[in-house]
Design a protein around this ligand. Structure first.
Ligand code: ZN
Length: 652
């Protein structure tokens, strides 16, 4: 199987393999197969959550692609194809990472020409609208720069809802939404459900109301399908607890009752025995600037036995790490509970995990469930391996690493160091530390995600260099640590800038946290020249001069950031983020973009799913599941729209 599939705009499409799938027993194969179907059925939900015009626009663009009778070899048609591919990739019209609206790359007049030479009767028109009205509205949304500008706007001085064009709130201001959920929270006990997670907040006759995402509510047509496949999967579950988990999830999808979702989360965390596992639901809140609404996502996976050994060692020693962490004793957990850890391979990606994919998962998100029951942390081995295989020969190291030693280290230890840092971040980082009585982490508002990711990263950076890691047999040599540090700072100070457009600032939480950490240690270590910017032949490089000192700086910052989270110190969070994480050195940025451009690489990657084929021949009952890797990007996207396009087009 070839990892690389294709490249366009700022994106590349890769494939992941599903190692050992063929050797799983039939029950597990079928369990994965049915869960995979459920994982694809909520795709339309995410599209609609991202923006209310997304499903319409996808349908219009796909109809043009399928029926346009003009010249399909022209440069303009190629540009149109690229736009369509970008929309597919982003699950909508906004860039998946920057969340700014994608430029169509074609003139408005060409769009008109595409529409008029396509098959009009194939366009799906929402009820109550004429063809002309509908097309002109879609055209306006795509081409008018003042409409639907940004999916998630985090500018602190603006109304975060009004200026964000996601579809989680309708006719509601930020103050109203915050007030609405604050009221619900104060009237709840100390184990509140995730209020607002699974609904659209609307204003009806001057009153706020929630449209809940459930079987007989909003998104019901897709949810019905998810329930159908989950119910089939249940018959092949590996144990009682998995069955119970699915049962609660189905009930939750039927009723929208968040207490049932909590019940599902608790069972899901407890279930550790099975080999196959999955996520399916309204999970992460990054798409909502207020961090309340969950975007729909799904992952089906199974354990990678070999690599899991590594994270078992880490999690078994969780208490040691907590006790030796450099944070104030007041903010340490006396007892670190339930840090489970495993390495998985994904078998199917859906919703917000597709095609852009996380490399680790740490769930559930509910704070009190985490405190009482712990969380599940996973590193996704087949995804990280695909990334590494693709990257090692890209030329990036040769261009941006500051010495041949650094390149050697990266090639030898980069994969291992990256995995260890992810393991430490996911298994220990997020679960470490304690919040002071009475403090609610919501106080950090739009800075929370960045502060939390910073904290988890720092925990990893501090401990990867600890002698304990060598004693535990996880770190083979000091060079492996160096490779980890080199690559973190090279990325945080230099290479991640390739993902920011000229003139823009950093918005995304993980990118913010990486620059925050890198720039802070650079500034703090300046008197001793711990980290240095080197200039050679008009190129800028980062060199670490003192790894031991650098580790101390990571520890100092970890202590600071833990205090901010534990005390809910909004002013300190704002200062740290605004001073270190957001702004970009314009001159350096231009230089990096120019060097990167010469390499002709794509800064973002996403993954195609394999295709599973259920064998029922000759006896009519399922007797095997075959796996294929040969579907290309366009075919996969069109097939998903056709086979899993369950939601009507409404633009609401
Ligand atoms: Zn994280």
């Amino acid at each position: 199987m070839e990892v690389f599939a294709e490249k366009f705009a700022d994106l590349k499409i890769l494939r992941y393999d599903v190692p050992g799938f063929e050797t799983l027993n039939l029950q597990k194969k079928l369990y994965i197969y049915y869960l995979s179907q459920a994982a694809l059925c909520g795709r339309d939900i995410l599209w609609d959550q991202n923006n209310r015009y997304n499903l319409s626009i996808r349908s219009v663009l796909e109809t043009i692609w399928k029926t346009y009778t003009g010249n399909r070899e022209s440069e303009e048609f190629k540009q149109f194809e690229i736009y369509l591919k970008r929309v597919w990739f982003s699950n909508g019209i906004h860039h998946h990472y920057s969340t700014g609206k994608l430029a169509a790359g074609i003139p408005k007049t060409y769009f008109d020409e595409l529409v008029s030479n396509s098959n009009w009767s194939d366009f799906t028109i929402p009820s109550g609208k004429s063809f002309e009205m509908f097309i002109s509205e879609i055209r306006n949304v795509i081409f008018n720069p003042d409409r639907e500008i940004k999916r998630v706007n985090l500018e602190p001085d603006k109304d975060l809802i009004e200026y964000s064009s996601n579809n989680y709130y309708q006719g509601v201001s930020q103050d109203e939404a915050e007030g609405f959920y604050a009221n619900l929270k104060t009237s709840a006990g100390n184990r509140p459900t995730s209020f607002g997670l699974n609904s659209t907040l609307i204003k009806e006759n001057g009153k706020l109301a929630e449209k809940v995402w459930k079987l007989d509510g909003k998104y019901g047509k897709a949810i019905e399908q998810i329930i159908y496949w989950l119910t089939k999967a249940k018959d092949y579950a590996e144990n009682e607890l998995q069955m119970k988990t699915i049962h609660h999830l189905v009930e939750y999808y039927q009723t929208g009752d968040l207490a049932l979702f909590d019940q599902y989360c608790m069972d899901w965390v407890k279930e550790q025995e099975g080999e196959v596992d999955f996520v399916n639901g309204f999970i992460e809140m990054y798409g909502d600037p207020l961090g309340i609404k969950g975007s729909w996502e799904a992952i089906v996976n199974y354990k990678d036995m070999e690599a899991t050994k590594r994270t078992i060692v880490i999690s078994e020693n969780a208490q040691w790490f907590e006790d030796h962490s450099p944070v104030d004793p007041e903010f340490k957990k006396a007892e670190v509970k339930g840090v489970s850890a495993k390495v998985i391979n994904v078998a199917m990606l859906g919703g917000d995990c597709y095609p852009a994919t996380p490399i680790g998962i740490n769930l559930p998100n509910s704070e009190w469930i985490r405190e009482l029951y712990g969380s599940k942390s996973v590193t996704i081995e087949n995804i990280t391996r695909a990334y590494f295989l693709d990257s090692v020969n890209s030329g990036m190291l040769e261009e941006f690493a500051c010495s041949t030693d650094e390149i050697e280290r990266a090639k030898t230890y980069g994969y291992l160091a990256g995995n260890l840092l992810t393991d430490l971040h996911e298994c220990l980082g997020h679960g470490s530390g304690k919040v002071r009585e009475g403090v609610n982490t919501d106080q950090l508002k739009n800075y929370y995600s960045t502060i939390e990711e910073t904290r988890a990263d720092l925990f990893a950076m501090f401990f990867i260099m600890d002698e304990q890691m060598i004693r535990l047999g996880l770190v083979p040599s000091f060079d492996a640590v160096k490779a980890g540090y080199d690559s973190y700072l090279r990325n945080g100070l230099i290479t991640q800038l390739t993902r920011i457009e000229s003139g823009q600032n950093i918005e995304e939480s993980h990118m913010r946290n990486r620059q925050l950490i890198s720039l802070w240690v650079y500034e703090a270590g300046r008197p001793e020249n711990v980290v240095e910017f080197i200039h050679s032949e008009e190129k800028t490089f980062v060199r670490i001069n003192d790894y031991q000192e650098l580790r101390k700086l990571f520890g100092q910052l970890l202590k600071k950031v833990q205090r901010i989270k534990s005390e809910g110190d909004m002013d300190a969070a704002r200062n740290l983020v605004e001073n270190f994480a957001v702004k970009v050195d314009r001159k350096l940025h231009e230089e990096i973009l120019a060097r990167f451009k010469k390499l002709d690489l794509a800064p973002y990657a996403g993954f195609l799913n394999p295709v599973y084929e259920l064998k029922t021949w000759p006896c009519g009952t399922p007797n095997d599941v075959l796996i294929h890797y040969d579907e290309d990007y366009t075919s996969q996207m069109l097939r998903y729209s056709k086979d899993y396009g369950f939601l009507p087009i409404e633009n609401e």
